[in-house]
Design a protein around this ligand. Sequence first.
Ligand code: SF4
Length: 230
Amino acid sequence: MVIPHFAVVGKSETGKTSLVVELIEVLRSKGYKIATIKHTKGDFSIDSEGTDTFKHAEAGSELVVFSTPSETSFVVKGALELDDILSTTSDIGGYDLVIIEGMKEEDIPKISVDEDIDGGLYHHRDVERVINWIEEEIKLFNTINKLPGSDCGRCGFKTCKKFAEEILQNRAEIQDCRRSPGDKIDLIVNGEKVELTNFPAKIIKNTLIGLVSSLKDVDDIDSIEISFDE
Ligand code: SF4
């Protein structure tokens, strides 16, 4: 499952943070549980020199968790890809939406505060319009999450996203998908199914396909089953 997300982008001092704050307030009042990501270029840390957590990291700890009765901060010493951040956010659980401030270069839905952008929405100081757009994006993500995500093209559309857009336009139905959700990945350990988010599922699937397709006598791969006991 990919948690619904979008980025608020624009040059510095053009009102990104103000818009993010306004959107959080409106969306919270509508019942959405929000997570946010602030992206910045350059070397910057929320941890400061001299603190205990700073000393832990200096000594070599690669993940430092600062825990208090009212707050938990995770500081990963090293950059993570957006997919990893979203997957971790999803694992923490319960969020309906992630709003990202920055990350203009990522291929994700975007709202621009200062100029028209391809495939995104220009803010135009119209928060109601932005909220409508966000709610449509959430619906799109939630529909994509019901599909296998393999972008196989068997439904006649190149990607599951395109097919999900057709569903939302009432021009297709989920059952028209030509692959079942079960062909994503079923990982059974000790007889119990292990729930996988998109990121680890993709890694396992791609690794297996890569390994198996390199074997002689293997042509097209429609499914792979592996089972063993230790
Ligand atoms: S057939 Fe299903 S899995 Fe394949 S692209 Fe269409 S929606 Fe995605």
